[in-house]
Design a protein around this ligand. Structure first.
Ligand SMILES: C[S@@+](CC[C@H](N)C(=O)[O-])C[C@H]1O[C@@H](n2cnc3c(N)ncnc32)[C@H](O)[C@@H]1O
Length: 189
């Protein structure tokens, strides 16, 4: 585990959520879910110190774009430094609660993928609902929402429809990688 992750975990345990960053097994499993056979716009929420980001960047083609939205100022500064030389990557130091505004400022409508490492399962219910509503609002009919969580709770959420789920046992804690689309109910709301 990186020292930065450990320090940020101590500073804000609920927000960081897990005891260690995602494993290589999980980051590879998640990145494989993104189809880079054509240019894509990918949004990553809660990238932390960037373990999933590095895997995504490795696979990304030159015309694709990756936007990282990270609330923690230390993680955001670390990401800025780490991806400074890659103009496909934009770091936004912001709360994912303001996702719609952040995407509007960047001129992004209906991203291809939203990948989230935010620990929805362990946070306060009201905050979780606000975050999920904002994610759903920023999705178009073809946007794929990928999230890795300890429970499958989100799969039952009325705003989303689950179309694939896979568990990753080689991660601390063992985790589910879920792929969701915006539900018909959310689309018609
Ligand atoms: C469980 S850690 C995941 C870090 C990394 N993606 C990984 O897999 O190791 C959760 C991350 O989400 C960030 N986070 C939590 N709430 C957030 C919010 N509302 N907006 C943006 N980032 C948030 C935390 O600062 C932390 O970096």
């Amino acid at each position: 585990m990186s020292l930065l992750f450990f320090k940020r975990l101590l500073a804000n345990p609920i927000r960081v959520g897990y005891l260690v960053p995602s494993s290589g097994f999980l980051t590879r499993k998640t990145a494989r879910r993104i189809d880079f056979s054509k240019p894509r716009v990918v949004i990553e929420l809660g990238p932390g110190e960037g373990c999933h980001t590095r895997q995504i960047v490795k696979q990304m083609n030159a015309e694709s774009r990756l936007v990282l939205i990270e609330l923690d100022d230390h993680f955001a500064a670390h990401l800025e430094k780490q991806f400074a030389g890659d103009d496909r990557v934009t770091v936004v130091h912001a709360d994912a609660l303001h996702l719609a505004e952040a995407l509007e400022l960047l001129g992004i409508l209906n991203p291809d993928y939203i990948i989230s490492g935010i620990p929805f399962t362990i946070m306060d219910r009201e905050l979780r609902e606000r975050l999920l509503a904002g994610i759903s609002q920023s999705m178009g009919p073809d946007t794929v929402f990928i999230t890795y969580q300890v429970s499958q709770q989100i799969a039952e959420h009325e705003l989303f429809e689950l179309f694939r789920s896979e568990s990753c046992l080689f991660n601390v804690p063992p985790i589910n990688v879920m792929e969701l689309r915006k539900s018909a109910a959310a689309m018609n709301a």
